[in-house]
Design a protein around this ligand. Structure first.
Ligand SMILES: NC(=O)C1=CN([C@@H]2O[C@H](COP(=O)(O)OP(=O)(O)OC[C@H]3O[C@@H](n4cnc5c(N)ncnc54)[C@H](O)[C@@H]3O)[C@@H](O)[C@H]2O)C=CC1
Ligand SMILES: O=C(O)[C@@H]1CCC=N1
Length: 267
């Protein structure tokens, strides 16, 4: 039986725990979770998923894989606490935004590290994840890490530096889409539909559009033009988006997020 130890018990840890249990990658008995001080949160995870949240210190030495899942600002303190507790054998999977692999090995010693940027859709097996490895990761471990992320969605290997961009796009991406949905629901009710009707129409529209982009050979602008009748409703809508600087807003959003990811590395 494997021992997987989560250091940090927040939203992203829960998304991975749920996804891995659902996809039968790990049994609840193979998963150990700890956090800084929130015992109620640990109790919730234990009761909901059957994972271990109360365990003795020996687990640190026995863990096959340690997952760094605290906020980036807490990473140094967490790693300082961890360094004397773990053995050289444990590999690390970090989901920390912004924190470099070299920072992790500086605190935890030179060991296999996969730095991953998943997203919360891992909960339902639909994460889009980016991953980068250090040279200590063997080819067998590389496959193991890729399989872990494939079990909860799709994964793409990138240069470590590109993880800042991955974070800005797909790491934060679900929040942008939820924000968009909030706006659709708000305005939908202003133009005469119920919130539930808007939710149904627009979730299907988002899913259908994503699937069209996956299946079609056409670029997004070609697909967009097929929707846009001259003098029609779409044209009117897109003109309004342009008037309100849609492209500039999206560019600022991604650049700001990418820059924040880079700055997280500096604490
Ligand atoms: N929430 C998301 O959508 C995503 C988050 N991430 C990354 O995942 C990490 C966690 O994010 P969230 O789950 O959103 O955060 P969160 O705030 O929900 O959870 C953080 C957890 O870390 C624990 N923690 C803090 N200091 C600790 C310490 N010294 N030792 C042990 N546990 C400690 C807290 O008690 C808490 O359980 C972050 O580094 C974030 O950049 C990555 C991809 C997506
Ligand atoms: O907002 C954050 O910093 C994290 C990283 C990607 C999604 N959530």
């Amino acid at each position: 039986m494997k021992k997987i130890l989560f250091i940090g018990a927040g939203s992203m840890a829960e998304a991975l725990i749920q996804g891995w249990i659902k996809e039968k990658v790990f049994t609840p008995q193979e998963i150990y979770v700890t956090n800084r001080s929130d015992k109620e949160r640990l109790q919730f995870l234990q009761e909901t998923y059957g994972v271990h949240c109360l365990f003795d210190q020996a687990i640190y030495k026995e863990a096959d894989l340690i997952i760094l899942a605290m906020k980036p600002k807490d990473a140094i303190a967490a790693m300082c606490d961890l360094q004397s507790k773990i053995t050289e054998q444990s590999a690390i999977l970090s989901i920390l935004a912004g924190i470099a692999i070299t920072t992790i090995t500086e605190y935890l010693g030179n060991r296999p590290v996969a730095r991953v940027m998943p997203n919360t859709s891992a909960t339902i097996g639909m994460s889009a994840s980016g991953i980068a490895f250090n040279n200590e990761v063997s080819s067998g471990q590389r496959i193991m890490f890729l399989q872990l992320l494939e079990a909860v969605g799709s994964v793409i290997e990138v240069d470590e530096d590109q993880l800042h961009a991955v974070t800005a796009l797909s790491g934060s991406g679900p929040a942008y889409i939820y924000y968009l949905m909030e706006a659709f629901e708000r305005v939908g009710t202003k133009v005469g539909l119920s919130k539930d009707t808007v939710r149904l129409l627009m979730t299907q529209t988002l899913a259908g559009t994503a699937e069209m982009l996956k299946q079609s050979v056409d670029e997004p602008d070609v697909l967009r033009k097929k929707v846009t009748s001259p003098g029609g409703t779409t044209e009117a809508g897109i003109q309004a988006l342009e008037q309100y600087q849609f492209n500039e807003a999206i560019e600022a959003c991604i650049k700001e997020a990418e820059a924040r990811s880079r700055s997280l590395a500096n604490g």
